[in-house]
Design a protein around this ligand. Structure first.
Ligand SMILES: *[C@@H]1O[C@H](CO)[C@@H](O)[C@H](O)[C@H]1NC(C)=O
Ligand SMILES: *[C@@H]1O[C@H](CO)[C@@H](O)[C@H](O)[C@H]1NC(C)=O
Ligand SMILES: *[C@@H]1O[C@H](CO)[C@@H](O)[C@H](O)[C@H]1NC(C)=O
Ligand SMILES: *[C@@H]1O[C@H](CO)[C@@H](O)[C@H](O)[C@H]1NC(C)=O
Ligand SMILES: *[C@@H]1O[C@H](CO)[C@@H](O)[C@H](O)[C@H]1NC(C)=O
Ligand SMILES: *[C@@H]1O[C@H](CO)[C@@H](O)[C@H](O)[C@H]1NC(C)=O
Ligand SMILES: *[C@@H]1O[C@H](CO)[C@@H](O)[C@H](O)[C@H]1NC(C)=O
Ligand SMILES: *[C@@H]1O[C@H](CO)[C@@H](O)[C@H](O)[C@H]1NC(C)=O
Ligand SMILES: *[C@@H]1O[C@H](CO)[C@@H](O)[C@H](O)[C@H]1NC(C)=O
Ligand SMILES: *[C@@H]1O[C@H](CO)[C@@H](O)[C@H](O)[C@H]1NC(C)=O
Ligand SMILES: *[C@@H]1O[C@H](CO)[C@@H](O)[C@H](O)[C@H]1NC(C)=O
Length: 473
């Protein structure tokens, strides 16, 4: 069960009133994208898919990417130095987050009177309650900031390719976001996760291996950087490139040597999968293609082999409190690893590698016939759509089974961002753009009249609820 607090979008949210007014005033002229994701559990978009030239049947996906690029920009830039507290090191450049499923247990500390939160945080040992998110989790926003940063980098770098320019507001934003989070001396993050997913309580105050997962979005950031490089963005200068490579090398060193990072690396479930996502992405940023390839091969020849049963079930995810969610979550990590490896080594063929006879496709097929209600999971069905689209695009869909599933779901997948890179996949174009001419990429920069599109903020809220509630570990 997701905590109730995660799903209370309210009109007191400043954007809520704004959206309502916008919808009332401009209902006729505004095309509202009804559902697309702002935040995939993870993904890697090869720069080879961001060609800059897209057929007109991708214009719905292009429009929503531009809309998300602009929407995310309203929250940035982001920095670990923005948080209202400082990590136990006393260094405001240290990343920090609270563990989501850890709760104070004051039953054994002889509390006779009601303890103040401050006393509770210091004296009560913390215990694990899987799937129950402690609301303290959201009082420090570093993890949300990083999720938003990685989405902003991905969508803005893609939007940059929609225009045939060496510089645009989109590429400038990507550079500003990367400078602020990683490079500027006043705001930069130290290259470690020593305080990620800390517990409170007397035995806490250092990060846990589970916190390594907080930065899986590096796969999206690597996508953005590789896209700017490949498109010769004049904003992505050799100076910023070499500084980002230097930062990444230091962080790679930490990820390969710190004890919590090594624990994440040896985890056999989604933690191990996402560790590989993150480290492969960093290796691509520093142009260590051989290192990325070795990691990807290590994953598909290693823990992947133990993650599935022959029918595509994933026992280590199925045993968690929210099995439908966790299976989809790990599949997103598998897909990201397969995509990163294909980019690092185009001769690789790991979408076909089996785990007890099953492939990524078998895992998705299994979930397509699994009803999340049978495990009392609500608001999670949407998690399968990007996985289905990726499988259909990669393995093909000769019987139309995947398109039928997506179409029947009511999810307008062809107007979802991932439709741009999950190709080929049958599907349409947002009706507002149906008169767009083929290869009309120049018009998709968010300001032309055919791009009179806005994002459905109800869905942002829903998904940010998922962010705080579920997409954690
Ligand atoms: C936004 O999405 C929500 C949830 O999918 C849906 O109920 C609502 O109708 C959408 N709003 C608009 C204006 O399309
Ligand atoms: C002791 O702490 C627990 C929280 O773990 C709390 O529920 C309980 O009310 C406390 N007891 C008293 C007497 O305050
Ligand atoms: C991140 O984006 C979500 C919308 O997707 C927003 O609700 C949240 O406030 C943002 N948080 C930060 C720290 O940028
Ligand atoms: C992109 O711009 C260059 C000049 O800057 C021009 O030569 C080229 O034809 C343009 N490409 C397209 C597809 O418009
Ligand atoms: C980027 O520059 C390289 C080398 O100058 C060139 O080969 C390539 O075509 C350029 N790419 C784009 C998208 O303009
Ligand atoms: C990346 O490494 C390859 C060799 O693996 C080399 O050919 C290429 O020039 C390098 N690219 C950059 C941008 O350093
Ligand atoms: C699921 O989402 C809807 C809004 O789309 C909300 O009304 C409902 O309370 C949510 N259910 C749970 C269990 O959070
Ligand atoms: C799986 O392997 C077969 C045979 O080599 C190949 O034709 C097919 O493209 C591969 N599928 C994927 C998804 O890589
Ligand atoms: C989208 O357009 C491309 C290029 O025109 C075409 O090859 C492809 O079949 C189209 N896809 C669909 C689903 O219509
Ligand atoms: C999706 O379903 C609609 C009817 O609901 C149908 O008109 C359309 O052709 C279907 N699209 C695909 C790609 O199957
Ligand atoms: C979008 O493109 C139009 C026409 O090509 C241009 O005038 C406008 O400045 C662009 N807007 C952005 C935000 O780049």
């Amino acid at each position: 069960m997701l905590p109730h607090h995660a799903f209370q979008p309210s009109l007191s949210h400043p954007h809520g009133a704004l959206t309502l007014v916008l919808l009332l005033l401009t209902n006729l002229s505004l095309v509202v994208a009804t559902n697309p994701f702002t935040c995939y559990a993870n993904d890697f978009v090869s720069p080879d898919h961001a060609t800059g030239h897209y057929p007109s049947n991708l214009s719905g996906a292009q429009d929503i990417i531009v809309a998300w690029a602009n929407e995310m920009a309203s929250y940035g830039p982001w920095s670990v130095t923005n948080k209202p507290v400082v990590a136990p090191s006393g260094n405001k450049h240290d990343y920090m987050s609270w563990a989501p499923y850890q709760w104070p247990d004051c039953s054994k500390v002889g509390n006779k009177t009601k303890l103040s939160p401050q006393t509770m945080w210091k004296t009560c040992p913390y215990v694990f309650r899987d799937g129950q998110v402690n609301p303290d989790r959201t009082t420090i926003n570093d993890f949300q900031s990083f999720f938003n940063l990685s989405d902003a980098v991905l969508y803005n770098s893609l939007a940059f390719t929609f225009q045939n320019q060496s510089s645009s507001v989109y590429s400038q934003r990507v550079v500003q976001y990367i400078r602020t989070w990683f490079l500027d001396s006043a705001t930069s993050m130290n290259p470690n996760l020593k305080y990620a997913q800390m517990n409170r309580g007397p035995q806490g105050q250092t990060g846990e291996y589970t916190g390594i997962l907080d930065l899986r979005g590096f796969a999206k950031i690597a996508s953005g950087i590789l896209i700017l490089r490949q498109h010769n963005s004049s904003d992505w200068t050799s100076d910023i490139d070499s500084k980002m490579v230097a930062w990444s090398n230091k962080y790679i060193d930490w990820l390969q040597t710190a004890s919590t990072a090594k624990q994440a690396a040896s985890a056999k479930n989604n933690h191990g999968t996402f560790y590989v996502n993150q480290l492969m992405a960093l290796k691509l940023i520093v142009n260590d293609t051989a290192g990325a390839t070795a990691l990807g091969r290590g994953y598909f020849g290693g823990i992947y082999k133990g993650q599935m049963q022959s029918n595509g079930n994933q026992p280590m995810e199925a045993s968690r409190s929210r099995p439908y969610h966790y299976r989809n979550f790990n599949i997103a990590g598998m897909i990201t690893n397969a995509r990163l490896l294909k980019y690092a080594d185009p001769t690789s063929n790991d979408w076909n590698t089996t785990s007890n006879g099953a492939t990524i496709q078998t895992a998705v097929d299994f979930l397509m016939t699994t009803n999340p209600a049978s495990t009392h999971e609500t608001n999670v069905t949407a998690e399968i759509y990007p996985n289905v689209a990726a499988v259909a695009a990669t393995y093909g869909d000769p019987q139309g089974k995947y398109v039928k599933f997506l179409n029947a779901s009511g999810f307008p997948y062809a107007d979802d961002a991932s439709f741009l890179w999950d190709q080929p996949l049958a599907g349409g174009t947002l009706s507002a753009n149906s008169n767009a001419s083929p290869d009309d990429s120049q018009s998709h920069n968010g300001s032309s009249s055919s791009s009179a599109i806005t994002v459905n903020r109800t869905v942002i809220w829903l998904l940010s609820g998922l962010l705080t509630g579920g997409w954690l570990w």
